[in-house]
Design a binder for this molecule. Sequence first.
Ligand code: 13P
Length: 257
Amino acid sequence: MPIIRKKLIAGNWKMNKSAGDGAALAKELLEAIGRETAVDVVLCPPFTALESVGHALEGQALKLGAQNMHPERNGAFTGEISAEMLRTLYVSHVILGHSERRQFFGDTDAFVNQKVLAALAHELRPILCVGETLAERESGATLTVVQRQLEAGLSGVKAEQITTVIVAYEPVWAIGTGKVATTEQAQEVHAFIRELLGQLFGAALAQKVRILYGGSMKPANAPELLAQKDIDGGLIGGASLEARSFIELVKAALAAV
Ligand code: 13P
């Protein structure tokens, strides 16, 4: 029997939405898709809106995610937030290794790996982001880069933990640019990621790991992307900031189930 992976749509709000605006958006989403359980939906507001959005989502099926965290429990790390702190706000997911963190804030593979291990130790589900830049794609290095980021990011993760990890393939050149990867380009990398997961953790477990696509995913291109064999959902930036487009994306995922 084929393994059915539940589709997952996550909204990465990035540095957008105040606590009040975030809660209002969450309420709007709840009205339209609050009872949908056939698809997992995760909202990832900025740290300052986690509490208000979490409050709006209380007792509902939609889940709360953070956009980053520090691997240490506490201490002299000005400006940082720990897994434990996220847990007290009922956060269940955390985006790690997003290309914007790697590009603008110096997150290395090794640091991202520490965060992944710390998240798992605190029962947070990491959404580990990997993806190549335009220069890397043009020089034919896409798969090498993705392999390095994935292997390094998952170093030390145990087989029994891997199904709680979510991988997001986000080609950097497709983020916020309106340039979406073709379905063939995306599926090729997703299949490659699943094969690598198979080598690392065994084929049966690799079949259970969700691999999301991210990069200019919109209602117009989502159905085709979500129909691909190894695309299990989306990590959405721009289109997650408005209720209408995000709801359409969740509906596209429901239709693809
Ligand atoms: P866009 O959907 O705005 O391209 O952003 C994708 C992204 O970076 C999600 O993490």
